[in-house]
Unconditional design. Structure first.
Lengths: 335, 268, 287
């Protein structure tokens, strides 16, 4: 894997989406069969950078998402590798029949970059938020679902998507995420969670924009409460790192999931499915948008409002540490 | 600090005496002694002028022997077959620590002499095991001594907490739900652990299965374990040499080590 | 280029043979989309047997022409054609729709050799075909992409998204054919959701429209050749057809969109097809 072609200083100024645009350009240089598609959102989704560099390999189909995903399928069948970008809500809903039937069912090498996911398009409101796409996409067979934590991880995901056979769904924000990683060589691998902090008191499993917040919360909790919270960056929702989840259940017995997504069916649901399958008892809580359509506001404010920022995570951890497990009333020493 | 007499008595009655059960299984001589015996054995002390501190005129612990098997029960028995009643708590502490050899008042000797003899045999064996200054030569004996120490220390810390020892109780009160464990690599049958949570403590024998212990003090062999437990070896040296493996945050290793020494200080 | 007498004869015979095989397949399957299979058969026959360069022995041949049956529900019409060409064993048709069979109501491109896309959800084929056509152009490859749509299918907005894009991208290596049989499940198209003025709609979307009789091989040949030579605008051939054509008791009847044949009906259907074939030959002989 060749390195990124921009410096860390550039990263500091670039939004997540811009890094993705740059990464894709780099990839496009190496692999001529990569093409790009957008539905009149080339500028917003930053795939426009690719479009500017390779105009005849870029197709802007206008505001017609169903056609776009169908075309991507056709291009893939013709031997190309399409990277298709639009907002998450349109990928997961407007074009879903095409994503499901043309791309996933036929297991094509189409790489979907869904931007403005979760509540990140805060002020645009519910019509542009997408707090259901993880739930929807992980139920599609053949599809790999990745939710990168920051720009650097997005670049890694974009590259990994090219290497990975079959359809890939990468879900990113509008941009301007906090930086989680200093550089790309921390061991990104599709399907393997990254342990951001180790600990055995409790495990917080996060993805996307909540990873940085979980790490912050854990640092806070260690300093103030002396708690050792394990934080896992579960960037790949499908195939999920079941081994990491099982180990967290076995070793810490307390799990909190946090995501910029509904509490229904997303990362929380995926983790619960694995954890419940271990047959061991554990304490569990899902943090996310509480099964409602969001209010409008700036992304940071919305995350705070729904308790999925660092303070909300810390409060949830404290609450869970205070709860009793079953059979906690026998405090006699064994004799 | 605080009421040392109280703390020591809790360690002897709550942590040390119950070790007889282990000896009755693992020590051939003690096992033979209790074989076929039945009855209740009680060790007690009169509180005298300090009844207010102890909450009763007499404190103690007892165990029931059923066909050679020992079972410890809480508090005082109704009508024990054998009773070793000390004149005072200080006397009990002195006897168990080996400092004073004043024997307690013994009841039931005529009715069940065999049981009494077995009990004393057990206590002597315990004293010999815990009082040794060098690790035994045979591995099987070393394993027994390590087990006794692990159980004594884990229960001892828990008893100090329950008794309200200021340092220990404060530490336990502030603790979130955590498990501290002691082990010897490759010998899970020797393990013990201590579970703490917001002021509560529970010592238990064996391996904690429910989650990964917050901290484990693990020794690479029974010799290494005894080296530290018998204060022959130096903690820092041993850690550097890999004889002790601290699994978990090292600052918590220091705290646990401190409380182990505290128990040791009361017990000796 | 006009069809020679032999060519016409061959095509007529082949289409008839395939219609017989198709109704057999409907019987083996238990039931099937027979109406639309009959109406589309001539179109598919002439494409595969005269114009498309394909190799049944090598379904992945890089420079092959592609055909997308966007009206994917007429698998019972398409599968016999593919089997007959040698893409897979004809015997497989006997298991059509049976549990575990690779052949089902809608043909699966993962499972059936020769099938380019798994269609069935209407409105997808034109987009996929457009993607293929643009891919061919990008790679500098000369193969053509043929997409066969149903007329009711053109209710789907996605079809018009793709049409708009095809014209915008000047995808002239994409040839679209509409099986205009005037029927859909709930009734005639004009009763359910009026498509007329249909040709005007395609023209408005930037297509060159060729209207042809979908059961006349000469008309189809002329239309296809013109379409394949297009350089300015993509072409759509609106083939006027009869749903269930050739079988007298179902022809023109929307209720036979989907149905089954018992032994008696099957015999009657084949008899009717035989007569239909003869009448077609007679008409051709007049030319």
């Amino acid at each position: 894997m060749s390195g990124l072609t921009f410096t860390m200083l550039d990263t500091a100024k670039m939004s997540t989406a811009e890094i993705y645009g740059q990464a894709l350009c780099g990839l496009g240089e190496e692999h001529p069969e990569i093409v790009g598609l957008s539905a009149d959102l080339a500028k917003s989704t930053k795939i426009g950078a690719f479009g500017e560099k390779f105009p005849d390999r870029f197709f802007n189909v206008g505001i017609a998402e169903q056609n776009m995903f169908g075309m991507a399928a056709g291009l893939a069948k013709a031997g190309l590798v399409p990277y298709v970008s639009t907002f998450a809500i349109f990928t997961a809903m407007r074009g879903l029949d095409q994503v499901h039937t043309d791309i996933c069912y036929q297991n094509l090498d189409v790489k979907m970059i869904a931007t403005h996911a979760g509540l990140s398009f805060g002020q645009a409101g519910t019509t542009h938020h997408c707090t259901e796409d993880i739930a929807i996409m992980r139920s599609m067979a053949n599809l790999t679902v990745v939710v990168p934590a920051d720009g650097v991880e997005t670049a890694n995901a974009v590259r990994a998507a090219y290497e990975r056979k079959g359809p890939v769904y990468i879900r990113i924000n509008r941009g301007f995420d906090q930086v989680v990683y200093d550089g790309p060589d921390y061991g990104f691998e599709i399907g393997k969670a990254v342990t951001m902090r180790d600990g055995t008191d409790l495990t917080v499993i996060a993805c996307g924009s909540t990873v940085w917040r979980a790490v912050e919360a854990a640092a806070m909790l260690e300093k103030s409460d002396g708690l050792k919270v394990r934080v896992l960056n579960m960037h790949t929702i499908k195939p999920i790192d079941a081994e990491a989840i099982e180990r967290a259940v076995r070793e810490t017995r307390r799990i909190i999931t946090v995501e910029d997504h509904s509490v229904v069916g997303g990362l929380g649901g995926a983790v619960a499915e694995v954890a419940a399958g271990t047959g061991k008892s554990f304490s569990f809580k899902r943090l996310g948008v509480p099964d409602c359509f969001s209010i409008i506001g700036l992304h940071e404010d919305l995350l705070a409002h729904y308790g999925i920022d660092e303070n909300g995570i810390a409060a949830a951890v404290r609450e869970m540490m205070g709860k009793d497990f079953e059979a906690d009333d026998d405090w006699e020493d064994e004799v | 600090m605080g009421d040392d007499e109280l703390y020591a008595s809790r360690i002897f009655l709550g942590a040390a005496l119950p070790l007889l059960k282990v000896l009755a299984v693992d020590h051939a001589g003690v096992r033979k002694g209790f074989a076929g015996k039945s009855g209740a054995v009680q060790v007690s002390a009169l509180t005298g002028g300090r009844e207010a501190v102890y909450g009763a005129p007499k404190i103690g612990a007892h165990f029931v022997v059923e066909n050679g098997e020992l079972r410890f029960e809480k508090g005082l028995a109704e009508g024990p077959d054998i009773e070793l009643e000390f004149k005072s708590v200080a006397a009990l502490n002195g006897f168990f620590s080996g400092k004073a050899m004043k024997l307690p008042r013994i009841r039931g000797a005529l009715a069940k002499p065999g049981l009494l003899v077995a009990t004393f045999k057990g206590l002597l064996a315990m004293s010999a095991a815990l009082g040794a200054t060098e690790p035994p030569a045979a591995e099987a004996e070393r394993e027994l001594v390590v087990k006794l120490y692990f159980y004594l220390l884990s229960s001892g810390i828990s008893q100090l907490n329950k008794a309200g020892h200021p340092d220990v109780a404060r530490w336990v009160a502030a603790s979130p739900d955590r498990v501290y464990a002691w082990s010897v690599e490759g010998k899970p049958e020797l393990s013990a652990y201590l579970r703490l949570k917001a002021g509560n403590s529970r010592a238990a024998r064996g391996v904690y299965e429910r989650s990964k212990p917050f901290f484990t003090m693990s020794f690479d062999s029974t010799e290494s374990a005894l080296g530290i437990l018998m204060s022959i070896d130096d903690m820092v040296e041993a850690t550097k040499a890999g004889r002790i493996i601290m699994k978990g945050a090292p600052e918590y290793g220091a705290a646990i080590g401190e409380y182990m020494m505290l128990v040791g200080a009361y017990a000796k | 280029m006009a069809l020679t007498t032999e060519e016409r004869r061959r095509l007529e015979d082949k289409a008839h043979e395939l219609r017989l095989l198709s109704v057999d397949t409907v019987a083996w399957a238990g039931s099937g989309h027979v109406g639309g299979s009959m109406s589309a058969m001539d179109i598919m026959t002439i494409l595969y047997h005269k114009y498309m360069r394909v190799d049944p022995k090598d379904p992945a041949k890089p420079d092959r022409d592609r055909f997308i049956l966007s009206k994917g529900h007429v698998g019972v019409g398409y599968a016999p054609l593919l089997a007959d060409l040698g893409y897979f064993d004809k015997e497989l048709l006997r298991e059509y729709n049976h549990t575990g069979s690779p052949l089902g109501m809608h043909l699966d491109s993962n499972k059936v050799r020769g099938v380019e896309a798994s269609t069935g959800s209407l409105g997808h084929g034109l987009a996929i075909g457009l993607g293929m056509a643009l891919g061919a152009r990008l790679r500098g490859e000369a193969w053509k992409t043929f997409v066969l749509l149903g007329d009711g299918e053109c209710d789907e907005g996605a079809v018009w998204e793709s049409a708009m894009a095809a014209a915008h991208f000047k995808a002239t290596n994409l040839i679209t054919v509409v099986d205009r049989n005037h029927c859909m499940i709930d009734g005639p198209t004009e009763d359910v959701m009026a498509l007329e003025p249909f040709a005007d709609k395609w023209r408005a979307f930037g297509f060159e429209v060729i209207e042809a009789d979908g059961h006349d091989f000469d008309a189809l040949a002329s239309a296809i050749e013109r379409a394949m030579a297009a350089t300015d605008k993509p072409v759509v051939i609106i083939a006027d057809t009869i749903k269930g054509c050739g079988i007298d008791f179902i022809a023109g009847d929307y209720k036979w969109h989907y149905g089954g044949f018992d032994a008696e009906k099957l015999a009657k259907a084949k008899e009717s097809l035989g007569l239909y074939h003869e009448s077609r030959l007679a008409k051709g002989a007049e030319r």
